[in-house]
Design a protein around this ligand. Structure first.
Ligand code: NAD
Length: 305
């Protein structure tokens, strides 16, 4: 799996295909999407155009996507995977993730797609009685059927991973979680390492991607943090590149989202230098355990059955 990928969350449908095409031109090979992002069809258009134009071959790309919380029942896992492959216009995914270890009531895609967290009246969807074990077995079947090459999990804690290890026929290959200097996930990083599980950190820029959703918790920009700015100046790089390198240098993949060409290039070039031990220590000490993407913030009354 490449270390620097492109994240598709909130990439507008109108410009998505062109952005993906440009990203491929600039060297990106990993694309991270999800049913929930509502732009898989357009992302697939960009990918297929790049392949048709001879920029890349399918096997040069790593396409990651995620099945949404309303498709946790085994039959719905199969339905969603096939539907999402059709949206992309692809025969297989390189990586399929369980988006959250949270099973919500099924929503028929003909009724609403993507289904989101809420019903038509903006009430949180009720939870569904599907244990993770049943969901995971269906993911494993998708591997057996050749529809996905690797399966993994997102937004999972250590206790869920420990439980999965008791029944998994195929252990999760990748763990994708929120990760930035304000949430360094140190214990989880150690756990994944000890299990040989690859890791991807999302929202590398901390609050940046959450400002437009008013989910940034009033936390100041990491781009203006004195420690990050100081390290960036020292290496002649941008704060964004320092934040990305902090993960990739430790073998953790990143998925920066940008639509502007200059930023796309800047992010892709973030592996062109190395932080030193002092830099890594200083960045590690910024941890404040602040999680911006936390279902507990918007689902405190999530109905349990
Ligand atoms: P991000 O941390 O990539 O930040 C995006 C914001 O930073 C945008 O406003 C963008 O314009 C800006 N930006 C990008 N490059 C910049 C640069 N070089 N300099 C200055 N500003 C820059 O945000 P994100 O979207 O939260 O996370 C990235 C990706 O991670 C998503 O697109 C998605 O693929 C994935 N993700 C996964 C989950 C999950 O539940 N698994 C959740 C959130 C995000």
């Amino acid at each position: 799996m490449p270390l620097v990928g492109f994240g598709l969350w909130k990439v507008p449908n109108e410009t998505c295909a062109d952005t993906v095409y440009r990203a491929i031109q600039y060297g990106y090979r990993l694309f991270d999407c999800a049913c929930d992002y509502g732009n898989e069809k357009e992302a697939g258009d960009g990918v297929r155009r790049a392949i048709a134009d001879g920029l890349v071959k399918r096997e040069d790309l790593w396409i990651t996507t995620k099945i949404w919380n309303t498709f946790h029942a085994p039959a719905h896992v199969h339905e969603a995977a096939r539907m999402q492959l059709q949206h992309w216009g692809l025969e297989y995914f390189d990586l399929l993730l369980v988006h959250f270890p949270i099973a919500l009531q099924y929503v028929d895609p003909k009724h609403r797609y993507p289904p989101a967290w809420w019903d038509d009246n903006k009430q949180l969807l009720p939870m569904e009685k599907t244990p993770m074990q049943a969901t995971w077995k269906a993911y494993e079947e998708l591997v057996d059927q050749g529809l996905v090459k690797n399966i993994g999990i997102s937004n999972c804690s250590g206790s869920i991973i420990n439980d999965m290890m008791t029944y998994a026929r195929y252990e999760p290959q990748v763990l994708q979680v929120e990760m930035h200097p304000y949430l360094n996930q140190e214990a989880l990083v150690q756990m994944a390492k000890s299990l040989g599980m690859a890791m991807t950190g999302y929202s590398s820029f901390g609050p940046q991607g959450y400002i437009e959703l008013q989910m940034d918790k009033g936390v100041g920009s990491l781009f203006k943090n004195d420690v990050i700015v100081g390290i960036a100046k020292k290496h002649g790089k941008t704060p964004a590149q320092v934040l990305l390198r902090w993960s990739t240098q430790r073998g953790i993949a990143v998925l920066p989202k940008a639509t502007d060409s200059a930023l796309l290039k800047e992010n892709f070039a973030s592996t062109s230098f190395n932080l030193d031990e002092v830099d890594l220590k200083k960045i590690g000490s910024l941890n404040r355990n602040i999680r911006f993407n936390d279902p507990a913030d918007f689902s405190p009354k999530m109905s349990i059955f």
